[in-house]
Each structure stands twice: as structure tokens, then as C-alpha cells.
Design a protein around this ligand. Structure first.
Ligand SMILES: [Mn+2]
Length: 294
């Protein structure tokens, strides 16, 4: 059986909906860990906790809080990295600066598959909202500019280590960076035209022809179609469906190199009871099928 470590990261300071911090507690509460234990050996590492710091004016909302939290996440994740699958249950997508930084500090050659409706690559000065969950990739790719609170960010990502899947709501500066840094990028339309399995297989082969690098999946549930996963804060139409998710998890797991997953932006307080039921089923199916494919 595949061994899995569950780490709850109830971090919500990267955007405005506090409910996103409840995901780990909620999913644990409805028995998701017991469900996963039917197909894997799960060790629950518990939930982290975060503190709201004194803030000053900045282009990043909650800058001090976010920077301090992500450094703490990075250290915690670095300690938890092993041959087991590390499941990082968010929280909003801002936490991925911390989780990926921690992973890169241990395995710098890791390939990151970033599945998202958005680019999450806005340098703070270009951000339309100031919300940090739209910026983590800018920091990881060293495109965020100088920010004293983020001086600890040392383990960064080369553009050749990144695959973006599913973005369909990109800001102008994100489009420019994707083009200039030559980042591998596939829209939902391309995924549906080629099929997730073929497209992902080819993308991984191009970035890592030897097939030796560990893989991290950063999965923002808003990558999915609102019909598939409605319980999230920033719904965008024309997203991934249940079949795409199944193929995504299967293709990554069967490489034998998938070491870690961020599951982010799931908000159990958004939508109707039916929406929540559908979203929970989506999360459970995705994780179960992925774990079965190891
Ligand atoms: Mn995101």
C-alpha cells in the first residue's frame, strides 16, 4: 500500500474567504482519511496554525502574515518530505510558496505541475487585487521583485521545471511572463483536444526526458469546471471534468515519482448543500483514484 502523510495547512490570508481555512478540518471530520485508508496507509500529521501579524501598507495584503506563514510552511514541509506521498491540504493557493519552497530545499530538481484556472504569477506591483494567492509563482520564479519579508525565499524554480495546466483567466503581466520565460502551458481546450493522458505524458517527457525528477502536483480545485467542483471562491467556466482529474492523478502516480500534492482553494462554506456534496465527491474520487494508481 502507498504510504501517505496528511498535513493540514489552514492558511487563508492569501485571499478574502476565511472558509478556505476549514478544508482540512472539514475533510477530516467527514471521514475522508478513513476513506483513503481503504487504498493507502495514511499518517495524519495534524493541522498547522497561523498568526495574524501587525501589518503596514504594502502592495501585498497581509504581507508580514503571509511571509511569516509561508516560511513556517516551508520548514514544516521540508521536515515532512520523504519517500511517502505528502498530501498538503490547504488553505488558499498562497501557501504553495511555502510548500514548494520546502520541497525544493530538499529536492531542487522537482518538476511542479500547477493545475489552476489562474496563473498565480502576478508580481505584487502588477496584482489587480493585492491578494497573495495570485502571486506565489511570481516569488518561486524570482519575478516578484525585492520584498524584505520574503528574504528567506532561496529555493526557487527554473521555468523549465514548471507545467501549467488549465489556466483560462490570465492577467496581462502573467501572459507576458509565460511568454518571456517560455513556460510550458496548456489550456483546458488543448487538454480536451489531446486528452489529459497524452498531453501530460508528452509534457513530462519534454521537461524531464530521463524521467528521473520527483514530481509535485499543485492542485487548485478551481481548475475544475464549476459543474464538477463548485465549492471554491473563484469559479471560472470551461474547466477540467472528472475524467480529466482521473487521468491527471493516474498519469502522475504511475510515473512512480509523484511525491507531494497541494490540494488548495476548497471552501466547504461556498455553494448549496448539493454543490458541497458534488465537490466532496470530486475531491474524494480524485484522491482515491490517484492513490490506487501508485
Ligand atoms: Mn491558484
Amino acid at each position: 500500500m502507498q504510504k501517505v502523510k496528511w498535513l493540514g495547512v489552514p492558511f487563508h490570508y492569501g485571499q478574502g474567504n476565511k472558509g478556505v481555512a476549514a478544508a482540512s478540518l472539514f475533510l477530516r471530520g467527514i471521514g475522508l482519511i478513513q476513506e483513503l485508508e481503504k487504498v493507502a496507509a495514511v499518517e495524519d500529521l495534524g493541522d498547522m496554525s497561523f498568526t495574524l501579524m501587525a501589518e503596514k501598507d504594502s502592495s501585498i495584503r497581509f504581507e508580514q502574515t503571509v511571509a511569516f506563514a509561508c516560511e513556517h510552511i516551508s520548514t514544516t514541509v521540508a521536515k515532512a518530505v520523504s519517500d511517502d506521498l505528502l498530501l498538503i491540504v490547504g488553505g488558499d493557493h498562497g501557501l504553495s510558496l511555502g510548500s514548494i519552497h520546502g520541497i525544493l530545499s530538499k529536492t531542487p530538481e522537482t518538476i511542479v505541475v500547477w493545475v489552476d484556472a489562474h496563473g498565480d504569477m502576478n508580481p505584487p506591483t502588477a496584482s489587480p487585487t493585492g491578494n497573495f494567492h495570485g502571486m506565489p509563482l511570481a516569488f518561486l520564479l524570482k519575478q516578484a521583485g525585492q520584498h524584505k519579508a520574503f528574504d528567506w525565499v532561496k529555493s526557487t524554480l527554473r521555468p523549465e521545471q514548471l507545467i501549467l495546466l488549465g489556466p483560462r483567466s490570465l492577467d496581462p503581466e502573467e501572459k507576458r511572463l509565460i511568454r518571456e520565460l517560455n513556460i510550458t502551458y496548456h489550456s483546458t481546450d488543448e487538454i480536451h483536444a489531446q486528452g489529459m493522458t497524452t498531453l501530460l505524458h508528452n509534457a513530462l517527457k519534454t521537461l524531464d526526458p530521463q524521467g528521473k525528477c520527483p514530481i509535485h502536483l499543485s492542485f487548485d480545485v478551481d481548475a475544475c469546471d464549476p459543474e464538477t467542483m463548485p465549492s471554491t471562491g473563484t469559479l471560472v467556466s470551461r474547466g477540467l471534468d472528472a475524467k480529466d482529474l482521473k487521468e491527471l492523478g493516474h498519469e502522475l502516480a504511475q510515473t512512480g515519482r509523484l511525491r507531494s500534492i497541494d490540494l488548495v482553494e476548497f471552501n466547504p462554506f461556498i455553494g448549496s448543500p448539493e454543490d458541497l456534496k458534488l465537490s466532496l465527491q470530486g475531491v474524494q474520487d480524485f484522491l482515491t483514484q490517484t492513490l490506487k494508481s501508485f
